[in-house]
Design a protein around this ligand. Sequence first.
Ligand code: ATP
Ligand code: NMN
Length: 169
Amino acid sequence: MNRGFYIGRFQPYHEGHHAMVERIAGEVDELVLGIGSADQSHTARNPFTAGERIMMLTKATADLDIFTYAVPIEDLNRNAVWVSHVQSMSPKFDVAYSNNPLVVRLFEEAGVEVRSSPMFRREEFEGTEVRDRIANGGEWEELVPESVVETIHEIDGVNRLHEILDSDT
Ligand SMILES: Nc1ncnc2c1ncn2[C@@H]1O[C@H](COP(=O)(O)OP(=O)(O)OP(=O)(O)O)[C@@H](O)[C@H]1O
Ligand SMILES: NC(=O)c1ccc[n+]([C@@H]2O[C@H](COP(=O)(O)O)[C@@H](O)[C@H]2O)c1
């Protein structure tokens, strides 16, 4: 039995993340989805709460052939002990997945195997792009799984992003 760990902020969970999870599903039996910056919400960069992101990930991965756990991971102002912090919050894992250079370095320095992947259609499948489109009335629904569209509507996420943008300017 092999278990992987994939961390992201998932603000929101989009088709690039989903392509990565589908690829990971071919390599491990179980996957821990670490919800990074779990303590952050209601800001332009991190609009959604950890609980809202748990809904997005859980529903979007329900039909995949892999068992997933969503685990919130709060930020820590000490990179040198961040991997221990992650390990203290997560079920044990054999391999970490990330395309973030700092995350890759921290895991490798801690002796954890890390796998990266090519970016999938990064010009569109990027959290920043999805948030910009939501805030500016663009076509964002095609960039995220259908269940994420539903969750964002359920939590009134479009209006939240509009209000955050208005109050930032
Ligand atoms: N299109 C993509 N293809 C493959 N991996 C991706 C893609 N987008 C993000 N990732 C990776 O997924 C992990 C989590 O990313 P994150 O949640 O920060 O999303 P992001 O799209 O990079 O967000 P933001 O634009 O908000 O910084 C990172 O390792 C990131 O490199
Ligand atoms: N010292 C720390 O708290 C620390 C270090 C590395 C990554 N992280 C977090 O891990 C996540 C990494 O996700 P991304 O790959 O989406 O940037 C982010 O939430 C980031 O804040 C935190």
